[in-house]
Every structure is written in C-alpha cells, then in structure tokens.
Design a protein around this ligand. Structure first.
Ligand code: FAD
Length: 318
C-alpha cells in the first residue's frame, strides 16, 4: 500500500513510523530485527531504510603509503526492505539517492523495487562525500532530487530512458521527499528552498518527511509556509531524541538545526549523561504529544539503532 493511502485511511489519527540504517558491511540482518522487533507493537504501517553512498577512506597499502579508496560502508538497503516486508508484513520505504547513480542505475534500481512489490520510495539527493566539499553528481546522474522525482514519475507513466520502449510497464511508486523546517543548509534563504521543494511536488512528490527539529514552532511555521506556497501534501515531522549531552553541539553542526534555548538551559544544569538522556527523552515525548495533538499525519522517528529510547517515547505517546 502507498504511504499516502495510509495517511488517508487513518482519518485524522497520527500514525507512527521508524527509520533504520543498514548495518555496517559485515554486519547481520538480525541487527535490524533487533531494532525493529520491540517497536512493532506500535504497528507502524511503514518503515524507512536509509541509503548510503560510497565514501572515501584512506587505507594503508602494502608499500606503507595511504591510498584514497572508495567503499560503501552500509550496503543492503533493498535487501533489508524486502526482509522487513517479509518478516513483519508492513511496507518498507527505501531511500533512493542521486549521488553515485547514473540515470540508468536509477532506472534499474526502480525496476528491482517494482518487481519486489515495493511501491514507496523517499527520493533525495544525498550529501557531498567527505573530501569532495560539495555534492558532485555521478556522470550521467541527477544533480537535484527534483530530477530523480521526475524520473520516478515518468516510470509511473510507463516512460523509460530508452525511448524505443513502447507500452512500458507503469510503476506505481508513491514518492516521498525531504523537507527542511529550518532551511536546507545550502539554500541561500528559506523561500528559495521552499520554491525548490514546490518544484519537487510539481514533479510528482506525494509527501514530505522533515529533517529533525527540536522546536515544534519551526515545524508549525514550516507547515504554514508550505501551505502559503501552495504545497498541500502531507508533511511528516521527523524526530530524533537527544541522548548525549555532546549532541547539543554535534547535531546542529551535522544537521543544521537549532537547539531551543529552553532545552540548552535545562541541559546546562545537568550533572551526568544519564540525566542528559532523560531530558532528551522527556523533550521528545513533549514534542511528540504536541505534534500529535496538532494533527500531524505521522510521527517519524529516526531510530539510529537506539530501540530502547524510541520505545520509551512511543510508549508514552501512543
Ligand atoms: P534537493 O532537493 O536536491 O536540494 C538540495 C539543495 O539544492 C537545497 O539547498 C535546495 O534548495 C537546492 N535545490 C534544489 N533544487 C534545485 C535546483 N533545481 N536548482 C538549484 N538549487 C536547487 N541522505 C542520504 O545520503 N541517505 C539517506 O537515506 C537520507 N535520508 C534522508 C531522509 C530525510 C527525511 C532527510 C530530511 C534527509 C535525508 N538525507 C539522506 C540527507 C539528504 O540527502 C541531504 O539533506 C541532502 O543534502 C539534500 O537532499 P534533498 O533531497 O533535500 O536535495
């Protein structure tokens, strides 16, 4: 079933969903089940699985010099999606990125997903690789998520890259995209970013999942700004609890989000890491309750492998 059909059939109820990361190469599928098994009691209709592009690493060669090589540390997104659907009978949403993919690679990946009966994707650009400094698309690949959305929409109409294909099978992908209540860090300003988000919707995107935020005001203002720009698709808040005191500084640096002053002041009073985690959980519960009361279509939790924390929050909210 499509993610947007779940929203429509929820009749105003706030659904719950989770996002998991593939394990590091060499890891086991069981590690994903260990994260998800305790969360299934909350009945998420869909689960997202992130996609990770190859990264540059420096490895010592036999001659003693360090050489720059490119490796994919977290492969397995599509296989994990299939395994999740098989084990839990829920829908899986693979993230599909522009980085590292030619248009043909993308087409072939979409064909695989379609054959596996995976009808939902989150279409995103991906970030710059370490040492690249800026996002560099694959030669013959897409530069922006909007181009990826256009390609998926074309396949939904039965149009493939090879124009000789006539009567191509129409796929039926529901397309999610990323949205940024506090603006994407590369955008010159909020309105420009919103304009680019609207382009993705005009190209066929069906719903938005937001970057994490810690101040609900940012989400409410974002939803309002979207509506004023003619964006009328569901906007799912993405939530991540603070679990370590250093994240007060690292999360803003990594995800370009602001920490609300109340949260920072509370955190500054704490004496140990246990209290910092408790504060983070309580904060996320309060955020979740307010978003739910305001009628958010779904609360989407970035698990980052921390099942116990997410479970505590979900138990308090659902
Ligand atoms: P885009 O929509 O392409 O936007 C990127 C920037 O370009 C923005 O500043 C935008 O304003 C600008 N822009 C867009 N279109 C144009 C245009 N036509 N001309 C000029 N400028 C334009 N990353 C991963 O690698 N794997 C994942 O699994 C993953 N999952 C994510 C899930 C969510 C919910 C979110 C919020 C992010 C996720 N990311 C993931 C991170 C994401 O890849 C980065 O945030 C990336 O920098 C931008 O992706 P995007 O799809 O928003 O890009």
């Amino acid at each position: 079933m499509k993610v947007t059909d779940y929203f429509a059939s929820a009749k105003g109820q706030t659904l719950i969903s989770f996002e998991v990361l593939p394990p590091l190469k060499g890891g086991k599928m069981q590690s994903i089940f260990d994260v998800l098994d305790p969360l299934m009691e909350f009945k998420p209709p869909f689960i997202d699985v992130t996609y990770h592009r190859e990264e540059y690493v420096y490895q010592k060669s036999p001659n003693g010099y360090y050489e720059k090589t490119s490796i994919r540390k977290r492969p397995g997104t599509v296989g994990i999606c299939a395994a999740i659907m098989h084990r839990y009978g829920v829908d899986a949403v693979p993230h599909l990125i522009c980085g590292g993919f030619t248009k043909e690679d993308t087409e072939n990946a979409l064909i695989d997903l379609n054959f596996l009966n995976i009808n939902n994707v989150l279409a995103i650009r991906g970030d710059a690789r370490q040492f690249d400094g800026r996002f560099i698309p694959e030669e013959g690949g897409h530069s922006y998520a909007v181009d990826l959305v256009k390609q998926i929409s074309a396949m939904n109409r039965g149009q493939y890259l090879d124009s000789n294909i006539e009567n191509g099978a129409q796929t039926n992908f529901c397309i999610g995209i990323a949205g940024y209540p506090e603006k994407h860090f590369e955008a010159p300003n909020f309105q420009t970013d919103l304009r680019h988000t609207k382009e993705k919707i005009d190209a066929g995107a069906d719903y938005i999942v937001t970057q994490m935020f810690f101040d609900n005001k940012k989400y409410f203002e974002y939803v309002k700004a979207c509506q004023e720009s003619g964006i009328d698709i569901p906007i799912v808040p993405g939530l991540k609890p603070l679990t370590k005191s250093y994240q007060l500084k690292s999360l803003p640096r990594m995800f370009y989000v602001n920490m609300p002053d109340d949260l920072v002041r509370e955190a500054e009073k704490l004496k140990n890491e246990k209290d910092a985690k408790e504060l983070g959980i309580e904060w996320c519960i309060a955020q979740s309750r307010e978003l739910k009361a305001a009628g958010a279509p779904c609360l989407h939790y970035y698990t980052m492998g921390d099942t116990d924390t997410i479970r505590r929050i979900a138990k308090a909210v659902y």
